[in-house]
Design a protein around this ligand. Structure first.
Ligand code: C2E
Ligand code: MG
Ligand code: MG
Ligand code: MG
Length: 288
């Protein structure tokens, strides 16, 4: 009996593997066609300045609607695009779209675009960024490029020289998901980032009352003393927002304000976020 269970188990395992490989293969095939079939869309999530309460930036986040499967998470298709060598093309498409979109926004509002480690393997990256700025006419100082620590894992001269070239063009460079890597602190010495984005996992744990808040306090203090902007990711509650504000965190991003939205919904966020609440205006009305 045990033996036959084992065999069934094995057959089941084979089938599972088969279907997961099949799944991957079809996803891969469909991903190759997604650009030309117009299945991608860039969404924009607001980042709010805690001092002014207004939107200071939007992060471009890619969305893929698969014709049969519906929405596929970037956490699934971005790594796949990296593996099959498609990220350069897709990344460039996002960059051009996002820069173009930002030209319609008020001049103080910036646009943040994520770059994957694989894009740094191509010599074309600097040219792509320069061309996107040139074609859209976006002021380079309004563009932020987000990289994760994994880009710096191999502290190659190439990566540092690319980052310096961005800087030379006037483009800002942010460290994304800070605090999750192996040597977060060390990387801050290898390059003068403009911004540190504190990983969502620390913000999520604020209310648990453990070490998260102490770590956030340390990162914010460090960022401030290094002249870097600190941004908290994944802010979902008013309590988190208030804590982060009192720790001196410069910017917040998260569902508390808004998830990423379609381009058409951006103007409403620009006027809506930070606008005085009806309650704020009532005393004036009473006094008038
Ligand atoms: P990321 O760059 O760290 O982006 C932030 C992620 O956190 C986004 O997930 C966003 O939707 C999510 N998020 C924001 N606020 C909250 C919140 O309050 N609560 C929770 N639970 N989540 C929140 P998304 O859009 O699924 O993207 C996941 C990752 O995929 C991104 O992480 C980024 O690494 C990658 N990605 C997305 N678009 C692109 C792209 O165009 N190019 C590259 N290279 N990577 C991208
Ligand atoms: Mg990011
Ligand atoms: Mg992030
Ligand atoms: Mg993250």
């Amino acid at each position: 009996r045990a033996k036959s269970d084992g065999r069934n188990g094995f057959r089941f395992f084979e089938q599972e593997m088969d279907s997961s490989m099949q799944h991957r293969r079809t996803l891969e095939r469909d991903l190759r066609l997604a650009l030309q079939k117009d299945e991608f869309e860039v969404y924009y999530q607001p980042i709010v300045n805690t001092g002014t309460n207004r939107v200071s930036c939007f992060e471009a986040l890619l969305r893929w609607t698969h014709p049969e499967r519906g929405a596929v998470s970037p956490a699934e298709f971005i790594p796949l695009a990296e593996e099959i060598g498609l990220i350069g093309e897709i990344g460039n498409w996002v960059l051009e779209r996002a820069c173009d979109a930002a030209t319609d926004w008020p001049a103080h509002v910036r646009i943040a675009v994520n770059l994957s480690p694989a894009q740094f393997r191509s010599q074309q990256l600097v040219d792509q960024v320069a061309r996107a700025l040139e074609r859209t006419g976006l002021d380079p100082r309004r563009l932020e490029l987000e990289i994760t620590e994994s880009v710096l894992l191999r502290q190659s001269e190439l990566v540092l020289s690319i980052l310096k070239q961005f800087r030379g063009m006037g483009v800002r460079v942010s460290m994304d998901d800070f605090g999750t890597g192996y040597s977060s602190l060390g990387y801050l010495r290898s390059f003068p980032f403009d911004k540190i984005k504190i990983d969502r996992s620390f913000i999520r744990d604020i209310e648990k009352g453990g070490d998260a808040l102490s770590i956030i306090r340390a990162i914010t203090g460090l960022g401030t003393s290094l002249g870097m902007t600190t941004t908290a990711e994944g802010v979902e509650t008013l309590e988190q927002l208030n804590q982060l504000r009192s720790e001196g965190c410069n910017e917040v991003q998260g569902f508390y304000y808004s998830p990423a939205v379609r381009l058409g919904a951006v103007p409403a966020l620009l006027t809506g976020i930070g606008a005085p609440l009806p309650a704020d205006t009532s005393p004036q009305e009473n006094g008038a």
